[in-house]
Design a protein around this ligand. Structure first.
Ligand code: DX5
Ligand code: ZN
Length: 219
């Protein structure tokens, strides 16, 4: 499968949100990555339903919603109604993860679990068959523009081996500090979906950067 590119709207210009959403629509990007932060699970607050719904009204590609919030169960139905195609919850925020994943599927969305940098991929072995995707965080969640943590490559390789046995169709997404220079290594390790904020929106031509990331082969 050709890898997917999911630009992170967190790095967009919120005063020109429609323009930036149209830029992604007209690019070779596959999904919109939508980061929801509550100021509790992570030390930052991003945006909530009004902004997400505004993105949803204009977006012509699936919304990949990354919930960096405590008690995500309270909001799953609402995010699905607001247009989420995939809903990602954090392993570290879900004491009843199996039930949370069931709720995501019942709401009609694809289910993904995110792992913070210190959380081993092996902790997912008893839930992997229920998941559509795993998001491997390559920075500590909360902010765009951080430096990629190199150990992520090993985590992706280990997760790919685990998934080959338990759930070969599982998608592996990586998020944080992803740019052109580490794209080939991430693809080679087994990543399927690349989230990128700063490297896309900070580029001279975001559309060309998306295209470049989309067409790079793995090393
Ligand atoms: C970080 C978010 C990311 C962030 C990525 O907590 O989950 O999606 O926007 O931004 P970059 O690509 O700039 O690291
Ligand atoms: Zn994210």
């Amino acid at each position: 499968m050709k890898h997917l590119i999911a630009p992170s709207v967190l790095s967009a210009d919120f005063a020109n949100l429609q323009r930036d959403v149209e830029m992604i629509n007209s690019s070779e990007a596959d999904w919109f990555h939508v980061d929801i932060m509550d100021g509790v699970f992570v030390p930052n607050i991003s945006f909530g339903f009004p902004v997400m719904e505004a993105i949803s009204r204009h977006a012509k590609k699936p919304l990949d919603v990354h919930l960096m919030i405590v008690n995500p169960d309270h909001y799953i139905e609402r995010f699905a109604q607001a247009g989420a195609s995939t809903i990602t919850v954090h392993y570290e925020a879900c004491p009843h993860l199996h039930k949370t994943i069931q709720s995501i599927h019942e709401a009609g969305a694809k289910a993904c679990v995110a792992l913070n940098p210190h959380t081993p991929v092996e902790l997912l072995s008893d839930i992997l068959t229920d998941l559509d995707m795993v998001l491997v965080m390559s920075v500590n969640p909360g902010f765009g523009g951080q430096k990629f943590i190199p150990n992520t490559l090993d985590k992706i390789r280990r997760l790919r081996s685990l998934a080959n046995v338990l759930n070969p169709g599982l998608l592996i997404e990586v998020d944080g500090g992803v740019a052109l220079h580490n794209t080939p290594a991430l693809l080679h390790a087994g990543a399927d979906v690349l989230v990128a904020g700063n490297s896309i929106f900070g580029a001279e031509s975001p559309v060309e950067m998306i295209s470049a990331m989309k067409h790079l082969p793995s090393t």
